[in-house]
Design a protein around this ligand. Structure first.
Ligand code: SF4
Length: 313
């Protein structure tokens, strides 16, 4: 896995922004093509409509400004508040993400916060302007497992209680199972499978997804060696012809070298115009009827996991 294989979204039952698709974004204010929008429009969008939680809070925070000032700055810019009101809202945000003694800690510099507190502060910045969508890029990678669990709990709580959708970019399929409603698996910069989390774990449709699932170690697993996806990620500048996954796919046929598979409904083989988490889609010639031998996965679901409604495959 040389690039982020998964991008997942926790959808909210609201009409806020929830969909990034081919560079287009639907926000409350209307439809924006984020690949084509002028700088001013993007400045209005960033922070206010879309906010970001970066991978490493240590480098995401500016070491020469206090934590509170870094939250208040975004509030002054996007919510048009004065100094005092912005300071009050920043303290409220620090409190919201679980920083104790938020008022005193407002004036601390990032180096005075622990790693977990720094990531909470980055989440407070993301939340501060009441965005419709938060993009969280590997938000727990730089943290130890205890703090990771706390940050995941916080994200889960925020997505349930605040009017915001969270798009999570991660390599960690365990985090996806824990936190997300729908999932999109990416390979070589393109979506190769999209479905609800439950569907993806119980009934993966793309050979790359199956390879990822098979490589996860599990408690009670008596295999001597974990499965791997053979080969390495392709050069993104010179992608293989046809299906980008064909050099690593155990089911590749001549057609896979010649034809690029579109993302289609796995039931009907029809292309999908608008992404819909209720429709299981995959980019594999199996679903367009172009393979001679077809693909056959052996998906195993552990009895105990299935009974819990949890881990599968
Ligand atoms: S199109 Fe061919 S190479 Fe690509 S995933 Fe499907 S079977 Fe494998």
């Amino acid at each position: 896995m040389g690039s982020d294989p998964g991008a997942t979204v926790r959808d909210q039952p609201t009409e806020v922004a929830t969909d990034l698709h081919d560079g287009s974004l639907h926000v409350e204010a209307g439809h924006v093509d984020v690949l084509d929008a002028p700088d001013e429009a993007m400045q209005e969008l960033r922070g206010a409509e879309i906010a970001m939680i970066f991978q490493d809070p240590h480098t995401a925070l500016n070491p020469v400004y206090t934590v509170g000032e870094q939250i208040a700055e975004a509030i002054r810019k996007h919510l048009d508040m004065g100094d005092e009101a912005a300071r009050e809202r920043a303290i409220e945000m620090l409190d919201r993400v679980g920083i104790p003694d938020a008022e005193e800690r407002y004036s601390d510099y990032p180096h005075e916060f622990s790693g977990g507190m720094q990531q909470r502060a980055v989440i407070a910045i993301a939340l501060s302007c009441d965005p419709s969508l938060i993009v969280a890029d590997e938000p727990t990678t730089a943290l130890d497992v205890t703090i990771e669990a706390q940050i995941l709990d916080l994200l889960k709580e925020l997505s349930a209680e605040e009017d915001v959708a969270i798009q999570l970019i991660t390599h960690d399929l365990g985090v996806v199972a824990e936190l997300c409603d729908s999932v999109m698996v990416m390979y070589a910069g393109k979506p190769v499978e999209r479905s609800s989390v439950e569907e993806l774990y119980y009934d993966p449709k793309h050979p790359y997804t199956v390879g990822l699932m098979s490589s996860i170690p599990r408690i009670g697993d008596d295999r001597d060696r974990l499965e791997t996806v053979p080969g390495t990620m392709p050069d993104l500048v010179q992608l293989p012809s046809g299906c980008s996954f064909h050099p690593r796919c155990p089911y590749a046929e001549d057609a896979c070298i010649q034809h690029k598979p579109p993302l289609v409904d796995t039931e009907t083989g029809e292309p999908i115009e608008e992404p819909d988490a209720d429709i299981h889609t995959a980019a594999c010639l199996e679903y367009t009827g172009d393979l001679q031998d077809g693909v056959e996965f052996d998906v195993q679901i552990r009895e105990d996991a299935a009974a819990d409604g949890g881990e599968s495959v």
